[in-house]
Design a protein around this ligand. Sequence first.
Ligand code: GLU
Ligand code: MG
Length: 467
Amino acid sequence: MTTLADPVPGGRPGDLRRVAALTDDLAARGVRGIVLAYVDTAGVGRVKTVPTARLEAAVAWGVGMSPVFDTFLADDSIVTTDVLGSPDGDLRLYPDLDHLVALAGQPGWAWAPVDRITQEGTRHPGCSRTFLRHLVTDAAERHGLAFKAAIEIEWAVGLGSAPAGEFQPAVRGPAYGAIRQVELSDYTADLLAAFAAQEVDVEQLHPEYAAGQFEISVGALDPVAAADRSVLVRQTIRAVAQRHDLRVSFTPSVSAEGVGSGGHLHLSCWRDGVNLHAGGERRYGMTAEAESFAAGVLARLPALTAVTAPSPASYLRLKPSRWAGVFTAWGRETREAALRVITGTAGRRDQDANLEVKPVDLAANPYLALGCVIAAGLDGLATALSLPEEITGDPARYGMDEAAALGVRRLPQSLPRAVEEFRADQVLRDALGPVLADAVIAVRLGEAAAVAGLDDAQVAAAYRWTY
Ligand code: GLU
Ligand code: MG
């Protein structure tokens, strides 16, 4: 479970009580330093590190870092909003000890996600993890709702020996192919060992469709823990790859052509330990609440795209007929609908039924993506929305009239178009609060400006090794 209490100057009492023993244990296991990790608005992982002996000080007083990273672009240039992007000020990074993990792929290091607060000890409105933590706490307190979430991870595995900047797939052979599994046998076995050591419950690992592409899925957790885990899983995949002279990328489109890499988001709503997506009166066993939640997500997908597909490279991936889900439609087990209703197998539905949101990639900040999807769902619940007709098959086959009659829209096809949708979406902006919402807009427009005039191949190259 995730610590739900905000950090406070001097330290959270529970953390102070256990940090000395934890530090001794880490030191005994050869851990020399702690990676303090968060994700910025552009979706880039940023870190500071401290020696293990400084963990206690970090738990009590945090570690300093400028708020300017909230408006960094993926290329490390800086944009500004009314309140962010200035060289002034400082924040304190507080590790969440509940999610501190000794890194099996990086001997000598442990890792912990952080919440960022001001030097005065107040909430930093630009902290995406704090945003998600508060949203989840409010949903529990106000509606008695809990969530389970998981983020799938697709990535491209390239040869470490490739010329600088280039991607050369590290495996040959067909999609889902046995050849690929054999060729990266040692790497993937080491990955599984690392995840086992880190207590990440891997559900599946397989060679995917695109050149050099693999995918891993992990068990569902509370949303904050699921977002943390997606960051940790990527850190591990990268670290283990490096030890095999491989180079990995989580970018949405490692090359401009063909299938990209997604970060499909799985989510279910629970009340009193009961899954609201199973055993109900509505289609496919959904309860009325689960249907309204799903309808809320569906209704806001065009605006959500600015958060879930945040990079110019995201729009190289978001193409029809590639299982990326680029139409505002839902269907049971429909891989071309943006919203896939998953019932699970008979006998396990009360555990497994969930929603899958497809137009999400791994350039997305997972805390913002999960928070905004949940906010959209909660608005659907509050307004008792119903789902429209479900679709079957690939919506790409519809003519304009047929699509319009079914209410099926293509999602934004560029980042500036997604920003227009986001700007107009009061529900998402209110959920994020003005500071984060403005940061999202400024950073997205900054990314779009940074690639103005580039062709698709140049856009893919620009973000190839950022994520
Ligand atoms: N690679 C696809 C994407 O871009 C997803 C394939 C799948 O359904 O696993 O999202
Ligand atoms: Mg996949």
